[in-house]
Structures are given as C-alpha cells and as structure tokens.
Design a protein around this ligand. Sequence first.
Ligand code: PEP
Ligand code: MN
Length: 337
Amino acid sequence: MIVVMKPGCGNDAVGRVVERAHRLGLREHLSVGEERTIIGLIGDVRKVDVAALEAFPGVERVLRVGHPFKLASRAFHPEDSIVAVNGHSMGGERLAIIAGPCAVESEAGYVEAARLVKEAGAGFLRGGAFKPRTSPYSFQGLRREGLRILARAREETGLPVITEVMSPEDIPAVAEVADVLQVGARNMQNYALLAELGGCGKPVMLKRGMAASIEEWLMAAEYILANGNPRVVLCERGIRTFEGYTRNTLDLSAVALAKTLTHLPVLADPSHGTGRADLVPRMCRAAVAAGADGLMVEVHPNPEEALSDGPQSLLPGVFAELVEALKPLAAAVGRTL
Ligand code: PEP
Ligand code: MN
C-alpha cells in the first residue's frame, strides 16, 4: 500500500501515518523526495481503512497495491475451485445448469416443473421459497411450505436444490433442505447474513448486487470465506444501468474478469440479467463463451400465470432446445454439459 503525502506536509503528518501503521502491525518504507514524501506500508494491509487514512492531515492519496480480498483471490488459490454439492459439483469442466421457476408456487406445479427441467438436462433445481419482492403486496413465497415442496422435488428428481435465504434466522431451516443456499442481489451486502452463512455447513451461491462493483462482490464472498465456509459460488445477474429495454444489463465482462481475480466458480443468470425470455438463450450462449462455469435459468410451465418473473421465464421446451444448443458451444470452449 502506498501513501502519497501532500507537498510540504511536514514531519508530524508523516509521523502520524507511520504511528497508525505501527498500531496495525505494519512496517513502513519512506521515500523522501524533493517535493513530497511517499510512504510504503508493508505487511497485512487488508485491515487498513483506506478512506480513514486518506482523511489524515497531509495525506493526498492512498493506493492499494493488489486486492483487498485474500481467500477469494487467485493469488491465494491459483487453481479453479470445484465446489462439492451433495455428490454433484459446481466449477471445473462440467457446466452447472440450474433451472426452475422463479418461485415455488404450488406442490404439483413445482414438482412438474422440476421433472421437466431435469428431462431437459438441468443439473440443479432452483425455486424461491422466501422471495425478496420490491412490493410488499406481491407474492412473498410459500416460505416453510415452499421448503417442504423443494425437498419433495429433490426426492422425486434426485437433483440438488438451490434456494434463497433472506435473513440469518432462517438459515437453519433453509440449510436443512437446500443443497446450496442462495444470497440474492438485494442481500449481497447484508454482512450479518454473510457472516452467519460462514457456519451454515452448505455451499452458498452469492449473486452480485445490482449496483455492486466487482470488488464489492468479491469482498462479500470474502465475508463467507473468512467466516469459515470455503464453498462459495458467484453469480452475475445483471446490474442497473441507464438502459430501459432490459431489466438489468448482464455484465459478461464481470464474468470474464471475476474468473481472473478469483478461483471461485462464476455463474451467470441471464433471466434476471435481461428480464426478457426472448434474450435468455442468446445470453446463455454468450455467458458460456465468456467463461461462465454455469447458468441459472428461470423456467416455468406456464409463464403467463407465474406469480413472479413470468416475462423472463422460458417454457420447458425452449429450455430443452437451449440445453441442446449449448452442447457444441460448451465443447468449443473446453466444457461439457
Ligand atoms: C432469484 O434468483 O430468485 C432472485 C431473486 O434473483 P436476484 O437476487 O438476482 O434478483
Ligand atoms: Mn426471479
């Protein structure tokens, strides 16, 4: 870390920075130039609060060399991580294809949808029991009853289940049923939830916040890792931009970039990423080409009647065609389906 001091800032200002560095267990290297002094901080600089240090008198700028995350970084773990999911896995050569309705709406409907996506080639089932909705008047999910239905669908299909957990107190109930716990975009920076998921004993899929930088996303993953859970999977689900034709802007450069910064598997969710069923197949192909380790796709047997996210949900037949179309593409980038 480099602290650039203001020209003529005086020795007292330099001394204060050095004193703070020592208190944090760091060493310093001073470079005293004709105009200004530059202080190199050496040691574990992750605990340095950059903004606080920038507010010190005489400090012009603080530059971080390297990344503020460690456990999530490629430097820490150069190989791609493969996350074990109850006899299945995410990351590595085989693409993880997660599919299912946005929400669990009824037992018969969900089990039927689960059978159809399995037949089409999905490797994991999705379905929200606890739904984070913009409006409190919208369908909030079947909650505990939804979890029971998810367990039943897993029994019927043998596919692992991924579902969202919205608050720390629901973790035990969700973890009892889910094979992967999902942190939604809206909760990406719910640090109490992330810390608690460190001890949940199940893999966690962390979706990128809709206004989160890539670094903030990886720091959120770091929370789960640093609290003791090494099984973390990332999912790019689109960010807010000025564009109005799509619900979000699916940031595929974030997928490509995250793959260079972290060893964790990185998935893409073109359903929430575009909000439009007609764009989902193309963006799934683009995500695989960009290096995504898997896809999350919303599929509903009757999208017009869906209680949430119908406009972005594929019909099961369209999803089946998509899976077929992905096979040669996956092979072309050294992946299997
Ligand atoms: C979801 O996948 O069910 C969901 C709510 O997505 P996001 O958190 O990305 O909006
Ligand atoms: Mn949805």
